[in-house]
Design a protein around this ligand. Sequence first.
Ligand code: NAD
Length: 396
Amino acid sequence: MIIQPKTRGFICTTAHPEGCARQVERQVDYVRSQPSISGPKNVLVVGASTGYGLASRIVSSFGAGANTIGVYFDKAAEGSRTASAGWYNSAAFERLAENAGVKSFSIVGDAFSEAIKQQTIELIRSELGQVDLVVYSVASPRRTHPVTGETFSSVIKPIGPSYSNKTVNFHTAEVSIATIEPATEDEVRQTVAVMGGEDWQMWIDALSEAGVLSEGATTVAYSYIGPEITHAVYREGTIGRAKDDLEATAIRLREQLGATGGRAFVSVNKALVTQSSSAIPVVPLYISALYKVMKEKGSHEGCIEQMYRLFSTRLYGEGDTPVDSRGRIRVDDLEMQEDVQAEVAAIWEQLSTDNINELTDIAGYRREFFQLFGFETDDIDYEADTDPNVDIPNLR
Ligand code: NAD
């Protein structure tokens, strides 16, 4: 079939297999062009098919030569529906890993469930023995609790007063004011249950109890802080509460794993175009301004550059891993530099529909958004007949 992008709001409901494969190859090529990392040997990535999780998996395999297991929630093609982008990304990753002679396996299913944790444990036991790095990179709108059966939904809302700020419809480049009503207490509770640290803790407990986490293992999960303009809707809102919980979990896990020489970290990463971040009001407009400033300064990074830097200079760099006063790794350091933030703030003041193309990199944002789904990628013939049915090698 001819596969074209079909969007509904901030979601693209189609994905292009060859375009996704090309995007994965580009990330692999980047890592191969960098010095190799003396890092982990056997890695579990939970949330491994897109964004930061996929980049972590690529760095593990192609930067450190590690075997990997990726757990993710993606759909195969069915009838006239294409597979999801994460499916095509993972198929491409698995093929490249196989060619490179590193072991890799995929488990598709709900990482929040007990069944998927057990299936993963069995797979580690039979194929890898143990894992020495666990990356937790799940971003989800919902979670069903494995013990109580309650299904929680996460929301992106401020806590306290309602919040208004500029936002953009990145398809039309129209700037408007978004007003978001505050979350109820129950919405805060549910968002923390979905995006907080409980499931990460459950994974580490299950792996430890099963004896498949090696002594001295490392685990890392990802967080975000960002600038003042997004604080009310992000860091001080519902999602920020979940990130506080994730960061508190890192402290607990550090004590737990530290007893046998293990390590647990939260890494605060840069704001980037991913399927998750495009769903947050205000943030895509901020990212467009940020990209403009960082590209001009030559300090712009994407997921793969961020994760390569996390592994090579923080997690597996020389000496102790550098952390901030709260024990967090900061690879958002370049985003948060004073000069960068001052320039973004100056742009923000003036921003309107009339000047958005000139003041921000909204065109780059839109292009990257479509590239997440394999579109707008160089050297792909989008008029060509393409088979949407792609198998993932090593899918368990
Ligand atoms: P993403 O949407 O690109 O990736 C999410 C991954 O989670 C996908 O692989 C998806 O398949 C998987 N997933 C979702 N629900 C699942 C489930 N029930 N079971 C198994 N897998 C499931 O998201 P992302 O932006 O890469 O976010 C990853 C982490 O990085 C999040 O914690 C996010 O808050 C954090 N982070 C993101 C940004 C950003 O700007 N994008 C910045 C800093 C930190």
